[in-house]
Design a protein around this ligand. Structure first.
Ligand code: HEC
Ligand code: HEC
Ligand code: HEC
Length: 452
């Protein structure tokens, strides 16, 4: 036989042998390393833990990697190392989780259920050499049944009206929020981009700043920003006071600086009087931002239909809204959009299950999100999960303002964050629910009536 043909025939034989050997070695080596605490009481979890330890921990277990020989081949090892780091960034099985002393987070449960439903692990490229890691139908049922029996508590919190402790300071902050002198040529105020009559946003893809300059990221709402765990899409400001430093100095927004702004404000007797009275000190960037933040703390929108529902009025949601709410929870949206703001309490990767940016195209630095703050590769494309309160009013959606319709945003979220295809009816019901998140400001329901 020709030498070349021999080699060609030889390759699949080696491949097949390697495939069988790895599988057999893996199966023989398997044992449950971490016994489940109280496994009698916890018998359904004990079964799940055994499955995870035997079939998933090679890649997802912390310090549990038990790599077969091909992981050590030169080129493969670099690729695999990266994949495993990535796998552990998204889904880490710690000793505490596996022995049951620490609960799985809601998001982990949603992910795990998704994987069991789609039968999508191990990843395609590892399927051949990791045939022993496949979930059997019984494994999948065991995992899904266990997850469905988990109780997830206290996901949502209603807004309660806060006591306005310092009315003078709030009123000063309000004056500043609407004052165009905070911009270089007296044309732009905070309210130019965060109008309270349009849901606290400008309803534009990108905002227009000083001299008609277009920004490059969508403006989030100032309503309920007080509840955000950090400010800006990438969380670069820790709180509202820090945040208020940003726009004044941003050349594309207000294009000014504190020295310039203060020089203008000290000429205004009302301001000098008020600052002296409230802060007992001259006007400074420190007290300007403090006053603005105090005002923003009052921009909260309680008493939405959903708040009424959370406060015990079970008829506050109609049947469709209720069905949408149930889908929102059961499909896994609330794994990220939870808490008082239905979001704004964690960073998450945009495009966890599919590559959103490849789908959309034209990646810019703004798409790097949290990475721009930390410079850590693993933070690329991670964003602060935005609030869904008043979401009906705050279109267009996403940090890139690329999506006009709420239904489309919901559909894309399901696909890119959860790996799910929702049908039109499901999307419609979730949208009905999201509309119940529109709240009241000063006892009047918010709208987004644009001045005509
Ligand atoms: C050979 C390595 C490997 C094995 C074995 C493996 N995974 Fe993964 N897993 C990965 C990698 C790589 C990713 C990230 C990339 C991706 O999603 O394809 C990932 C992602 C995930 C995710 C998050 C993404 C998603 O689709 O929700 C979950 C959950 C997950 N794996 C669960 C499991 C479970 C459960 C098992 C055991 C049945 C398992 N994995 C076995 C490598 C592995
Ligand atoms: C030219 C338009 C523009 C002006 C003027 C402006 N903002 Fe913004 N604002 C934005 C944009 C765009 C973002 C998002 C930027 C980012 O995340 O990188 C933002 C973000 C914010 C956030 C963070 C919200 C969140 O959910 O992260 C707050 C709070 C805020 N602005 C308040 C203010 C205040 C207070 C002023 C006045 C001092 C102001 N803005 C002036 C456009 C503007
Ligand atoms: C893994 C976390 C995660 C899950 C699960 C998730 N989201 Fe999101 N959601 C995000 C992040 C992060 C963003 C911001 C993405 C961006 O701007 O690029 C976002 C943005 C949104 C927006 C746009 C908000 C705005 O102000 O622009 C809507 C609407 C939304 N999500 C609804 C949903 C719904 C409905 C579901 C369930 C089908 C869902 N999300 C599931 C993390 C998540």
């Amino acid at each position: 036989m020709h030498k070349f043909i021999k080699i060609i025939l030889f390759v699949p034989v080696i491949g097949l042998t390697a495939f069988l050997i790895t599988g057999i070695i893996n199966i023989c080596q398997k044992k449950t390393i971490y016994p489940v605490i109280n496994s009698q009481v916890n018998s359904s979890f004990a079964k799940v833990s055994t499955i995870l330890q035997n079939k998933c921990a090679d890649c997802h277990g912390q310090n549990m990697a038990n790599y077969p020989f091909y992981f050590k081949l030169p080129i493969a090892s670099t690729i695999i190392k990266k994949d495993i780091e990535h796998a552990q960034d998204i889904f880490l099985l710690t000793k505490e989780k596996l022995e049951g002393s620490e609960h799985f987070t809601h998001l982990q449960l949603v992910d795990l259920k998704g994987v069991a439903q789609r039968d999508s692990m191990p990843p395609f490229k590892y399927k051949v050499l990791h045939w022993n890691a496949f979930l059997s139908n019984l494994d999948r049922k065991t995992i899904i049944d266990w997850i469905d029996n988990q109780k997830i508590n206290n996901e949502f919190i209603a807004i309660t009206q806060n006591n306005q402790s310092n009315p003078d300071k709030i009123s000063l902050g309000k004056d500043l929020f609407f004052d165009q002198r905070l911009s270089a040529n007296d044309t732009i105020s905070c309210a130019s981009c965060h109008s309270l009559t349009t849901g606290g946003v400008d309803n534009a893809k990108y905002s227009t700043g000083i001299n008609g300059q277009l920004g490059s990221i969508n403006a989030p709402t100032v309503f309920n920003a007080a509840f955000n765990f950090a400010q800006f899409w990438d969380g670069r400001a820790a709180n509202l006071k820090d945040q208020a430093n940003g726009p004044v100095n941003n050349p594309k927004e207000m294009g000014s600086n504190w020295k310039e702004v203060i020089a203008k404000l000290v000429k205004d007797k009302t301001y000098t009087g008020n600052f002296a009275k409230i802060y007992n000190s001259p006007i400074s960037s420190n007290n300007i931002t403090d006053a603005i933040a105090s005002y923003e703390e009052t921009l909260i929108t309680p008493n939405s239909k959903f708040d009424q529902f959370l406060n015990g009025n079970k008829s506050a949601l109609n049947n469709e809204e209720l069905a949408g709410y149930n889908l929102f929870v059961s499909e896994g949206c609330s794994a990220c959009h939870n808490g008082i703001n239905l979001g704004s309490n964690s960073y998450q990767k945009m495009g966890r299950n599919h590559n959103y940016f490849k789908w959309r195209g034209n990646i810019t630095a703004n798409d790097f999100g949290r990475y721009n703050v930390t410079k850590a590769e693993k933070d690329k494309f991670w964003f602060k999960v935005p609030t869904l309160r008043n979401i009906e009013l705050t279109y267009p959606y996403f940090h890139d303002g690329s999506i006009q319709s709420l239904g489309q945003a919901v559909k894309l979220m399901a696909k890119f964050e959860l790996g799910k295809e929702l049908n039109n009816q499901q999307v419609n019901l979730i949208v009905q629910f999201l509309k119940t998140l529109t709240g009241q400001y000063h006892n009047v329901s918010l709208t987004n009536k644009h001045p005509s």
